[in-house]
Design a protein around this ligand. Sequence first.
Ligand code: GLP
Length: 239
Amino acid sequence: MKVIVVKNYDEVSKEAFNVMKEVVTAKPEAVLGLATGSSPIGLYENMIKDHKENGTSYAKCQSFNLDEYVGIDRNHSQSYWTFMHENLFHGIDLPEDKIHVPYGSTKEDCEAYEKAMENVSVDVQVLGIGGNGHIGFNEPGTPFTEETHIVELTEKTRSDNARFFEDDINKVPTHAITMGIATIMKAKKILLVASGANKADAVAAMVNGPVSEDCPASVLQNHNDVVVIVDEAAAAKLK
Ligand SMILES: N[C@@H]1[C@@H](O)[C@H](O)[C@@H](COP(=O)(O)O)O[C@@H]1O
């Protein structure tokens, strides 16, 4: 696991963009694993700027997102489908039919997502990290062997995300569909970004802690190509 500590969120985003650009330049038909949350927004802004200014193209790429809420429509303002269109897809040339975001609430919906990924191999998987160490929506206690599945969100995750739902935890969906840890670990390269003091415990547990289902992100210690880019506040508890 390569850990890069930089000053602030802007620097995290720039460093992450450099990694992304390297992947896409080396392989124009790269398969991108994408994430939502505030952490990768700066990375996506850099991708859009670079696409506009330097013409880096995503026309041959395809994307697979990590997760989506259950029980809200794709067109809901807080769906991850909407998030990705507003924060990235509107500004690059990734074809709409190459975009994949999981959707649904059944076992069949989960199997269909795994099937869609069956013959591809994700070249770079972008990840954020939850305050409790979750990746995607794989909450503490999720077996590392899980593929795409439906999860019940923890109180902590729902309260962390209430800011997007008028600060009302009751409006935050209770369930989500997420790639499992086994799905995430198949990616060739993993790029995890985190910033802010509220991520410091999770980042320390991921990097220095035991590999344990108590901190889902700690599984990344077992992957052979992980780049973790954090700001000083998120790195504060690293050994
Ligand atoms: N499902 C997403 C995760 O993929 C994300 O990593 C996490 C952290 O979000 P943020 O980057 O906003 O702190 O939030 C959500 O729970």
